[in-house]
Design a protein around this ligand. Sequence first.
Ligand code: PEP
Length: 254
Amino acid sequence: MRVPLIAANWKMYKTVAEAVKYVKELRGLVKDLDGVEIVLAPPFTALHAAAEAARNSNVGMAAQDLYWEREGAFTGEVSGQMIREAGAEYVIVGHSERRTLFGESDATVNRKLTAALAVGLCPIGCIGETLDQRERKETFDVLDRQIRQGLDGLTSDQIGQLVIAYEPVWAIGTGRTATPQQAGEAHSHIRGRLRQWFGQEAAELCHVIYGGSVKPDNARDLMAQADIDGALVGGASLDVRGFLQIVRGARAPV
Ligand code: PEP
């Protein structure tokens, strides 16, 4: 059975001091919680300090992006090895803000996913349609293209280690959440394609989590859908108490 995963994407919020304070508070609040995996993605500047503050707790760390080269003259970039050494086990790849604001494509997402897996990071690969695409009834075609091109060349074993975040672009940071039915349909479609293209075992192991205006009051209904294995939470993760409520709502029966 897939243990639900709740990941906090802090985007460009929280200083080192703010991140450490949050982690210290959260680790105390969740120390006896099982049946859920908890991951925080602070900005790069706070990653190491946050990982140190989370050491020996049940709170894991993610980076928000990586570059695919190991090292070199790539000003502003950070490699997978550097992220591992800073204390993260996960990395978000291809977030819609990276795609729309920083020109990332399915091809760059593919290189980043491959690089992350090669250094033992678990990628959280983001896919999802825009509002225009949904209204033109292209959602499933867009997801198919993002899965095919983004996951090109990965083995079934690697797919089994992956987290895919379905994040409809129109629901990110807008307060407009997909209904549990809309999200459930998209997740079943994604799981079906993974089964078709990478096999039953890979499809069963891969986590498919939902992102897009997840809040304490809608998390439980979303998470109740059969193919939703957790959430990637942006805005609502910045407040530790609100995030805790989402984490509690996602727990698998233990
Ligand atoms: C995100 O950043 O991945 C996200 C889903 O943001 P929000 O929860 O604010 O919509």
